[in-house]
Ligand binder design. Structure first.
Ligand SMILES: Nc1ncnc2c1ncn2[C@@H]1O[C@H](COP(=O)(O)OP(=O)(O)OP(=O)(O)O)[C@@H](O)[C@H]1O
Ligand SMILES: [Mg+2]
Length: 399
């Protein structure tokens, strides 16, 4: 979908219509990464967490993101989250949001016999499934890896979409987890078939199941990209003031575009998987489906990856992250918490100033930013709290 940048006056938020916002009031971490025990009381505006390298800045943002997303966005192995040589970790937060404030918690527990780490999510102290937690405290996490969104590999772009879907689309979340499971099983079978073992008949049932969940997921992602495209165009204009045209398109690996009905999308994926079955067996992996799809970014009609300058690519990334903020806000009905992990130092002063000004205006988000250097562009924020983290101990600075 391609959208022309609008005129300036339609690009800005209308004055005096602050949407309600979500804010972390208190965060407690216990045996989480390098924190033995810490409680941080955040302010509703900008929270600057200052510290040298390797003190626990990213770990603190990871704890907030893990609460909001019910799993760490940084590791697939929950055992990494437990303070070394401990058997349990906890992250807990009091969250202020309409219509009612809530306390979210996530506990990771290692079984001493199997060494497996289980996860228990809770709302107001009562164990609740992850789906009851997702979307309660929407967050947008922006860290240095995200700066490679345009030029990096497609897995980063798929993750960008899936983190948004996780917080906004319960149906997509259910299909996503079923898809992952059946993909794993199907790949294991393909691997066996490649080696001359396994039952060929079982492949058909895995293929049907994969095509079913894959169609739902692909369609959800494709619709999300269509919704993000105009928001990214607005954001690019707000950020750069330029009239560059940005276009985002979901780029499935097996068809030109995802058909706009689940049945047709399922049929298209099924056909491809059936056509490529011999090739899949020869290679021992699944060759089509959302796990291989991508997003295509065009700037002024050309593929941004190959033609946009580094600065333009960086602006597109920022525009996409701001589009994520706006989309979550519109869908969840509350302004999400923004977590900026050390990205400001990666931006030139003008982009840094514009990004912070946009976050301080409009919805007036709660922002938690980590930095190793003093921040100078924060004048637009009304409420600013400063913290220092040293060796897993957080203290609020007196200023
Ligand atoms: N499970 C764990 N138990 C104890 N310490 C851990 C665990 N996982 C990571 N750490 C340590 O936590 C420390 C702080 O990590 P973190 O990524 O938060 O640093 P940071 O302050 O963000 O540093 P930088 O400025 O370099 O990004 C690191 O030294 C890391 O080795
Ligand atoms: Mg860090």
């Amino acid at each position: 979908m391609s959208v022309e940048a609008p005129d300036v006056d339609t690009a800005s938020e209308p004055a005096g219509t602050d949407p309600p916002r979500c804010a972390i009031v208190r965060l407690r971490v216990h045996c989480f990464r390098n924190y033995a025990e810490a409680t941080v009381r955040f302010g509703p505006g900008l929270n600057v967490i200052h510290g040298q390298n390797a003190q626990g800045k990213t770990n603190l943002l990871e704890a907030i993101a893990t609460l909001a997303l019910t799993r760490s966005p940084r590791t697939t192995s929950s055992g990494d989250l437990l303070l070394w040589s401990e058997d349990a970790a906890l992250a807990e937060a009091d969250v202020a949001r309409p219509p009612a404030d809530v306390t979210l918690s996530v506990r990771f527990q290692r079984d001493p016999t199997t060494n497996r780490v289980s996860r228990i999510t809770a709302v107001d102290g009562k164990p609740r499934p992850a789906r009851a937690v997702l979307g309660v405290c929407p967050v947008v996490l922006f860290w240095p890896e995200d700066l490679a969104l345009v030029r990096g590999g497609p897995d980063g772009r798929r993750r960008f979409l899936d983190v948004i879907l996780a917080q906004t689309d319960q149906q997509a979340v259910a299909h996503m987890s079923r898809y992952r499971r059946v993909l794993e099983q199907r790949n294991a079978l393909l691997h066996q078939l490649r080696l001359g073992g396994g039952a060929r008949d079982s492949l058909n049932s895995f293929t049907s199941e994969l095509a079913h969940h894959g169609a739902w997921l692909g369609l959800a992602r494709s619709r999300l990209v269509d919704a993000l495209a105009p928001l990214a165009a607005l954001s690019l204009h707000d950020l750069s003031g330029q009239r560059e045209r940005i276009a985002l398109r979901y780029a499935p690996v097996h068809v030109e575009t995802i058909p706009d009905s689940v049945e047709a999308a399922e049929h298209a994926l099924l056909e491809t998987l059936r056509d490529r079955a011999s090739e899949e067996i020869a290679r021992g992996i699944t060759l089509a489906g959302p796990h291989r799809d991508d997003i295509a970014f065009d700037l002024d009609g050309r593929a941004a990856r190959g033609t946009a300058s580094q600065g333009q690519q960086r602006s597109i990334v920022l525009a996409c992250k701001l589009a994520e903020v706006r989309y979550l806000q519109d869908t969840a009905g509350v302004a999400p918490v923004i977590l900026l992990d050390d990205v400001l130092s990666e931006l030139d002063p003008e982009r840094r100033r514009r990004l912070l000004a946009l976050l301080a205006a409009g919805a007036r988000h709660q922002v938690v930013v980590t930095t190793t250097e003093p921040l100078t562009e924060i004048a637009d924020f009304e409420d600013v709290l400063h913290f220092t983290v040293r060796g897993g101990v957080v203290t609020q600075d007196e200023r």
